[in-house]
Design a protein around this ligand. Structure first.
Ligand code: 5MM
Length: 341
């Protein structure tokens, strides 16, 4: 029986589960490994990701799907089992990052355009064959007093919509990720500017999705939260939750089954607290969950430190964060659970 995109999308965002973004490109994972003094090689990347995917409690109970980088989709664990099979065995869905990165945009200083559309239909067919049932594409939007420019925003939104249409045609659920940068430069914008930009970005993205005939029931939105820039943090948890939900309600159609936030450079605990506050306080037409990279992995990476004797410690740290975020997806995270751990 053919799988319905709508069913896959619902499974990705419901039941108190969320997504693990483990799709760091080779250059980004190198930066992460540099922080623990570990050389980035195909084997060290495999060891790290294998550790995460073999964390049974986290993967079975809290993680609905994993976003992979292409290398990982075709990589095998040390014992020869394909990493994709580890993910599936835990009842989680393998996904794949299909953009080829945000590149400097011509005649648009400080802005980028995400590439990867050429030949994408063929790649999607290969990824589907390899077991991927959802994909991810990230458009990056810089925020300052003068950015984004409309040209850059429109080009990124258009690329996101073309990608989403290609995914749906290939039987793959698109995660549409327009990220308004919290930690870009200068990063001193306030939350009011973030409201303004995020609202305009989401409106533009959904217009483009409509023009490309994307079925909203068969996609997942991965937005930033509405928050002050990294160098100007002031807003309380309640304010971030309130302003984020308000912007989403103004722009995201109820047909979208779920919204899975990126963490964007928030501390691990902030990312959890904000998500929990939204779910605890507001009635919303969509499921609200996490699709965190750094906020799920930071503590695990540190605890592991690249040493095989620390695999269990790394898995414990990952499981703890996954559990906290699962509680947040149900609106029932409490700060003292962090202390207890
Ligand atoms: C895990 O990081 C992802 C890959 O980034 P690069 O292509 O730059 O290597 C990234 O797309 C990620 O999926 C999202 O930005 C969310 O991650 P965070 O860390 O912001 O939660």
């Amino acid at each position: 029986m053919s799988e319905r995109l709508e069913d896959i999308a619902v499974k990705m965002v419901t039941g108190g589960k969320g997504l693990l973004a483990a799709d760091e490109s080779t250059s980004t994972i190198k930066k992460r490994f540099d922080t623990i003094g570990l050389e980035s090689t195909a084997d060290s990347r495999r060891d790290y990701r294998e550790m995460l995917f073999r964390a049974d409690e986290a993967m079975n109970d809290y993680i609905s799907g994993v976003i992979l980088y292409e290398e990982t989709l075709f990589q095998k664990a040390a014992d020869g089992t394909p990493l994709v099979e580890l993910i599936k065995a835990a009842g989680s869905i393998p996904g794949i990052k299909v953009d080829t990165g945000a590149k400097p945009m011509a005649l648009a200083p400080g802005e980028t355009i995400t590439e990867g559309l050429d030949g994408l239909a063929d790649r999607l067919a290969r990824y589907h064959e390899a077991g991927a049932r959802f994909a991810k594409w990230r458009g990056v939007i810089a925020i300052s007093d003068t950015l984004p420019t409309y040209g850059s925003l429109k080009a990124n939104a258009h690329a996101l919509a073309r990608y989403a249409a290609l995914c749906q045609e290939a039987g793959i659920v698109p995660i549409v990720e327009p990220e308004c940068l919290m930690d870009g430069k200068p990063g001193n914008h306030d939350i009011a500017r973030c409201v303004e930009v995020t609202e305009f970005v989401l409106r533009t993205v959904f217009n483009e999705l409509a023009e490309m005939k994307v079925d909203l029931e068969g996609m997942v939105l991965k937005p930033n939260m509405v928050i002050d820039g990294k160098n100007a943090r002031k807003a309380s948890v309640a304010e971030v939750a309130e302003r984020t939900v308000r912007v989403l309600k103004a722009t995201v159609p109820a047909a979208v089954p779920g919204i899975a936030f990126l963490s964007g450079g928030q501390s691990t605990e902030e990312a959890t607290a904000h998500l929990s506050a939204m779910n605890a306080t507001y009635d919303m037409p969509w499921a609200l969950t996490f699709s965190y990279g750094r906020a799920l992995q930071e503590d695990a990476l540190k605890a592991w430190g690249g040493k095989c004797e620390n695999v269990a410690a790394g898995q414990r740290a990952f499981t703890h964060r996954a559990r906290m975020n699962s509680l947040a997806a149900k609106g029932s995270w409490k700060k003292d659970l962090e202390k207890a751990a």
